[in-house]
Design a protein around this ligand. Sequence first.
Ligand code: GDD
Ligand code: MN
Length: 366
Amino acid sequence: MQRFSPTVSIIVPTFNESRNLPRVVCLLEKAMGGIPWEVVFVDDDSPDGTWRVAKELARADARVRCIRRVGRRGLAGACIEGALSSAAPYVAVMDADLQHDETVLPAMVAKLENGEAEIVIGSRFVGDGSSVDGFTARRAFASRVATRLASLLIGRRVSDPMSGFFALKREVFEAVAPRLVPSGFKILVDILASTRGQVRIAEVAYRFRSRQEGLSKFDTRAILDFLGLLLHRMTGGMVSVRFLFFMVVGSTGIAIHLLALRAGLLAGLGFDAAQSLATVAAMTSNFLVNNQLTYSDMKLKGTAALAGLLKFYVVCGVGALANIGVASWLFLSNKDWWIAGIAGVIVGATFNYTMSSIIVWRQQQN
Ligand code: GDD
Ligand code: MN
């Protein structure tokens, strides 16, 4: 009986890439030569039915697999799950849009196999690597700035830490997997920061091509996620990306509150009524923005959103009580008024965040 055991599991995250998939498999077949491989498409329930195409391909070829994730979104998380679902001694990650040059994969695997490195990065910026075709000028500039920031975090110079094209040894991946942040766009940065100083890195140049079919999913959200990831790592993993978002959104709530209060007063409401109205306005706006941003990967829609909003009111109400309780207690035990005030806010905000993550947008926190 012939056994199939791939040397490398190639993880390909997909979102609306149905038209690129057949080509990806075809090109991998050509590129991999004698190296036994498998490809795992990880699709976040794409509206264009990418997962259907992937499963169609999988039916015809045992080397092709597909994970259809439902109720979740996120490039990094998709890569993590795909890699975790596989077992080959080497793991590679590549985009589905054919921007990454699959013909350098054998060279990447060779460097892992001959022990030259534990992580091999496909780089647009070393040797013959090039990104001229694939990026707009603005994106190229943003990419340079981000690369600088990322280098600080990683603690060494890597020419393309933002790459979405890389390969690594399975042991290395499995060791850091529990610590990775699934909500981001830049999983390699996270892996490099998590393995800081412990692994050898090699780079292989490739020419960044233009996207074949479909659209890029890189957006403002991806930038915010990246900044969140940097802060998360800089605080030694203490501050979660989601918590940071939640706090920033909470601060914008203060502005909404004051605007609504002013409007209420101008409209002739008494102070108590205007203040109540402002509180509801701020909570509502916080809920909507959090749903859009902080919990975008598990966005509530329709009646679920309405139920979520009501739960959010309750959570924030209890949070406010906790805030006032702690602040009053500290104030009475002779702490400065501002220390008492800040402590109250911190306790209230942390309570709101924790309970929101558990009750309103049910999922594990990260
Ligand atoms: N499962 C899943 N979920 N896949 C996603 C998601 C998601 O939420 N968002 C994007 N993808 C998939 C896309 O379908 C594509 O296969 C790949 O992830 C990269 O997305 P693109 O939209 O093509 O990103 P890009 O070209 O702007 O940037 C990519 O290349 C850069 C250069 O290597 C990314 O890989 C960047 O991280 C990388 O820096
Ligand atoms: Mn792309």
